[in-house]
Design a protein around this ligand. Structure first.
Ligand SMILES: CC(C)(COP(=O)(O)OP(=O)(O)OC[C@H]1O[C@@H](n2cnc3c(N)ncnc32)[C@H](O)[C@@H]1OP(=O)(O)O)[C@@H](O)C(=O)NCCC(=O)NCCS
Length: 196
């Protein structure tokens, strides 16, 4: 049976990691990559062709239903949020992508357009927003809420009952103590302990 085709928006380093997860999950056929403008690179990304630029998205929507935002995020989620809103207006379907090596509790909720990368754990009662990045090996413990357009970086730990706002960046290997609330648009540094 042929797989649904998906286009990837943004062909940089984060896109490489996303490609590995999509290939491992095996539910979609990667049709190609979209770059912002022709000024960007034109070479294939890990062998996948550049099939267009942001200006071509509405035309591409006539042939392709599925899209994933693969633009990275070190800092605010506003760029990814704008892309998300644009793709929704064009009625692209933004699936949840989950690595087969991740564990996502059946008692957890994951919002559309979110990617759950290799060896991530999302425990029972957790609720993850739309268009988030749960990067490689991060831990989202029980009953934790994560807002929309937020990036939880590699190996970061959010302990139980935590609350992370929307458009946040939680740095690599940062640790958030149980029950701590982080408001929207926050930048949490790599390796730092957040206990309040
Ligand atoms: C590497 C790092 C710890 C260095 O921090 P630093 O020594 O304070 O130096 P910086 O110049 O980067 O930061 C200066 C300030 O700007 C903040 N900052 C850095 N980048 C920022 C960004 N993109 N958006 C908002 N704030 C930012 C830092 O938190 C710091 O704030 P503070 O002065 O209140 O502590 C920090 O930049 C960081 O955590 N980066 C993210 C690394 C990471 O997790 N990468 C994973 C990618 S998947």
């Amino acid at each position: 049976m042929s797989k649904d085709k998906i286009i990837l928006i943004g062909g940089g380093g984060h896109c490489h990691s996303c490609i590995d997860v999509i290939e491992a999950q095996g539910d979609y056929e990667i049709a190609g990559v979209i770059e912002r403008t022709k000024k960007q690179k034109v070479d294939p990304t890990l062998g996948y062709p550049i099939v267009g630029y942001d200006e071509d998205l509405s035309n591409l929507r006539k042939q392709i239903d599925y899209a994933l935002i693969t633009v990275g995020q070190v800092g605010s989620g506003s760029k990814r949020q704008k892309l998300f809103d644009r793709l929704k207006k064009m009625n692209f379907v933004l699936p949840v992508i989950i690595s087969p090596s991740a564990h996502v509790s059946r008692h957890a909720v994951i919002g559309e357009g979110t990617i759950v990368m290799h060896q991530v754990i999302v425990n029972a009662g957790a609720s993850i927003g739309k268009n988030c990045i749960l990067n490689t090996k991060c831990l989202i413990e029980h009953d934790t809420m994560v807002g929309h357009h937020t990036h939880i970086s590699t190996a970061a730990v959010i302990n139980g009952g935590g609350e992370i706002g929307s458009c946040c960046f939680v740095g690599s290997n940062a640790t958030i103590i149980q029950g701590v609330r982080i408001s929207d648009n926050q930048f949490l540094k790599a390796g730092r302990l957040y206990s309040e």
